[in-house]
Design a protein around this ligand. Structure first.
Ligand code: FAQ
Length: 327
């Protein structure tokens, strides 16, 4: 479709030498001036492909990310927590809608994106392949995963692709509520009974390693950062986001009297956080389909697709648009 062939597979246009040099220079000048690129504007194929990859993975992360917290809706302690948990999960699914729409503006259909998710071709965030064993795990997700997501998304909302940035602005506004909800829930547990304190500490211990890898591989291992930052799709590197997260949230964790399960964690004289190198082999296994919950998460999505198929068929049927004339 775009320049022949399927732009989302590897093409000769991955090599920028194949692009029209005048158009490419104009495009890069627009980005340098801080202009937004819109769907009908000229863009290099590699920019389109990278955006689809990243936005699609982000969208998948939102619908899969709704699952670990979603399982706690029925077991939330009390009516108010249940309502808030339900609203948060609903918001996450709404974020996926915004992001799939943004990715669709680049030419890949939602059906194809969902098929690629279910078939294990597309990635989604590593963290959602871990189980939420207790209510406290769900609280750690609501606080610290949302915090990490905000660090990354606030930066990228200032990026170059209009539809993605506008979606991120809306998403960040809602994530800010999630963060407060998550923080409130964690404070409640951390200042509660000894059993509650122990539960939240154990949940933090379980979630810390996946959270440290949430921002992606270290900059020296990252494959896409250079291209994405050149075109202002990504506005901060993986390590910069990780450092910002540590700066903002480690003091808040310590304030609650909780311990971060990393004996090496400290801020050095240069103001840089030092920490134990995450287990990147585990990270690679998890993002490539071999984590504790990958099979379960995809099975839930597959079942949702199958059970919803008749609704989509009915909506797309010509009879669905039939409006009965007034008598
Ligand atoms: N998990 O070269 P890089 C949320 C992959 S939203 C899985 O560094 P890049 C809301 C990467 O895709 C959470 N895979 O890649 C919520 C690439 O694979 P590929 C999601 C990962 O793109 C909260 C390979 O590794 N946020 O949580 C991860 O420059 C609570 C090489 O890596 C976004 O998606 C990972 N953590 O940087 C919902 C934000 N990290 O495609 C429910 C947008 C890396 O070559 C409850 N995305 N990979 O096969 C981004 O900012 C970037 O894509 C990064 C990765 C930072 C995730």
């Amino acid at each position: 479709m775009y320049g022949g062939g399927n732009v989302f597979e590897a093409t000769k246009f991955d090599d920028l030498q194949q692009e029209d040099p005048v158009l490419l220079a104009e495009f890069e000048a627009r980005i340098a001036r801080g202009e937004k690129i819109e769907p009908n504007d000229w863009m290099p194929q590699l920019y389109r492909k990278q955006l689809v990859r990243m936005i699609e993975q982000h969208a998948h992360s939102e619908i899969i990310g709704a699952l670990p917290e979603g399982t706690w809706i029925t077991r939330a302690p009390g009516f108010r927590r249940k309502l808030a948990q339900m609203a948060k999960v609903q918001d996450e699914v709404g974020h996926a809608q915004l992001l799939y729409s943004a990715a669709e503006t680049l030419g890949k259909t939602r059906e194809q994106m969902l098929t690629d998710l279910i078939n294990g071709k597309s990635k989604y965030s590593n963290v959602f392949n871990y189980p939420a064993f207790t209510w406290a795990d769900s609280n750690i997700i609501s606080w610290l995963i949302d915090a990490g997501a905000i660090v990354n998304q606030m930066a990228n909302a200032k990026g170059s692709y209009g539809p993605y940035c506008r979606a991120l602005d809306r998403i960040c506004a809602e994530e800010a509520f999630h963060l407060k909800y998550g923080h409130d829930a964690v404070v409640h547990m951390a200042t509660g009974s000894p059993v509650q304190r122990q539960m939240i500490q154990e949940a933090l211990n379980r979630w810390w390693p996946p959270i440290m890898t949430f921002f992606g591989p270290s900059d020296k291992m990252s494959t896409h950062t250079e291209t994405l930052m050149r075109w202002k799709v990504k506005m901060a590197s993986n390590d910069a986001c990780r450092q910002q997260f540590l700066d903002m949230y480690v003091p808040k964790i310590w304030e609650l009297g909780l311990t971060v399960p990393d004996a090496k964690l400290r801020k050095n004289e240069e103001g840089v956080w030092e920490y134990t190198e995450p287990d990147w082999d585990e990270f690679k296994r998890v993002i490539n389909g071999d984590g504790p919950c990958n099979a379960e998460r995809l099975a839930v999505r597959r079942s949702a697709e199958e059970r919803g198929a008749w609704v989509r068929r009915a909506l797309l049927s010509p009879k669905a648009s039939y409006v009965r004339p007034l008598a």
